[in-house]
Design a protein around this ligand. Sequence first.
Ligand code: F6P
Length: 327
Amino acid sequence: MKSAVKRIGVFTSGGDAPGMNAAIRAVVRASMHYGVECIGIRRGYHGLINGDFVKLDFESVSDISRRGGTVLYSARSMEFKEEAGRSKALSTCKLLGLDALVGIGGDGTFKGLLSLAKAGLSVIGIPGTIDNDIACSTYTIGYDTACNTALESIDRLRDTMKSHERCSVVEVMGHRAGHLAVAVGISCGATVVLVPERKVDYDEDVIEPIRRARLAGRTHFMVIVAEGVEGGAYEVADKIRDATSLDTRVTVLGHVQRGGSPTARDRQVATYMGHAAVRLLVEGKTCRVVALNGDDVVDYDITEALAMKKDLDKEGLRVLRDLTGME
Ligand code: F6P
């Protein structure tokens, strides 16, 4: 098949996520398969503005799938938000002979791609974020690894909380989205899970489930708080202590959730998505976001994808409520 593009630039942008390297490898190897050149842009849009690139070939992406982080580095570029920055980025593309870009990241990354598409570049986005908050995709690269990393720490915390009959308040990442908190809460059997999407009623959502669990004989408690919840984990812990006299301890898991070797699921999804991104470009498609719909790899128009909304997992919330007494 004759490819519609000749030279692809691949980059990672925004918060990194385990599995991004597997996506980079797949983009490079698929490009080679279709006879298309591929170069790596380092440090996201910042690198595109400054012409920061690296040649990638079969061997240079060998054995990177199992590594955490991103070999292309990542950044959040303020300069690219300005017209002057975008115009410099376009000049770089011209200079490097790029007619296509694959950006791995979140909504911010896709918005950037859209602005470059308007200037004639072929662009494809791949969802990579531990938050799993890309509306068009049931899954984003990095989510499974982040859930497992958080879970491993929480299991350890539970041991010591149990010994001391304490209440552990654990803050997981998720500034605007509670998907990670819900998944982690279900997996660890939390008594309470708080997410930014829902205003917290302390009596109903926090104190009451703890009271019920106490009446049922429980002497230690696990409370999961997403980063974006008003007041954060420290305020939640103070309120629990004041209302119940429980000995509370706060653990903020933070960026540890973004690191580590990706799970099989993240490597696999990333590989499928990277391959699909190149196939779309070769077929002459542009302005698409590769996504998962269940187990199927699909794609959406970027503008449509950005307009979509993603609800928290309703079944997950129901299970949490039924098993922990959350309303
Ligand atoms: O978007 C991913 C994410 O990890 C969010 O959960 C978190 O709020 C944010 O990135 C943290 O970003 P930074 O690495 O800039 O501190």
